[in-house]
Design a protein around this ligand. Sequence first.
Ligand SMILES: [Zn+2]
Ligand SMILES: [Zn+2]
Length: 333
Amino acid sequence: MRLSVLVVRVITASVLAVNVAASQAPGVSATAAPPTAHEVKSLHITVLSTMLADAGIGEWGFAALVEVDGHRLLFDTGARPETVLQNARDLGIDLSNVTDVVLSHHHADHTGGLLTLRRELAKGNATAVSRIHVAPGVFLSRRRAKGDQEANPMIALKPLVEAAGSIFIEHREPAELVPGVWLTGPVPRRHAERNWPAGVSIVTAAGLVPDTLPEDMSLVIRTEKGLVVVTGCGHAGVINTVEYAQDIAGHQPAYAVVGGLHLFAATDETLAWTAQRLHDAGLQYLLGAHCTGIEAVFRIRQLAGLSRRSAVVAAVGSSFDSARGIDPLALAQ
Ligand SMILES: [Zn+2]
Ligand SMILES: [Zn+2]
């Protein structure tokens, strides 16, 4: 209990510190990457879990395989234990040499496949799915109502995943996982985006406090065309995330966003604000998966000046490639 409270305070303090630094010195970031930051040569992102499916199984969840200059990372693991494993097989994708997995946050629709992936893939390669990257807050106790049972699946999952031979690596700050690829760590909430589900609380010594998903983090890849941001559920807010990505990886256009933006129930006003900010950030491609919402993808397409080729509802197996753009597959083309 005490440890949980300490973690919450540390997160709050570090996020506040970034906010204070940003407000005292506009345009100057404490985490600005050097202008010579590494640019990746090739990038290919394949969606392995989302609602729409041309091939494989659709579900309320998210996962994507990120392939960068010969490195392969799994970003989130879908909802059902078997979905990502089976979808990868259906798509002819071998995940057995993927050693590193990023969990964007604790929700079951992003973490449900982790244990099955480790157990199954480790049969062929002992290092498969062995390093799990998370941010502080991912193991905090949650409740849907006072006196209710534990609402954070990561608490039961952690010892099982560790017993299966994997380790969790916590990132309090941005980290360059491979050259040109950064994890954001916890994202400062500069704008009042409230893209998280209501009604869930974090358990602290002082009682229940609303769960704002303090651990929510994204992946940022710097290419010669600009930054590509991969989000899980986007609970930190896509604009907060994109702006922080630019602080971390260099003030380049954020030319592509891939993943869930949690805008499915957003108001017209919120969608217009978000689309304008994405346009201003240089957005050229949106592969809107999972909780982005179908209507939200169409609205952002229209409001940010994109087309049916460049703003697409993601399907299982759909992809974004730094050279070829989006391959939507058949149904969402
Ligand atoms: Zn979520
Ligand atoms: Zn989600």
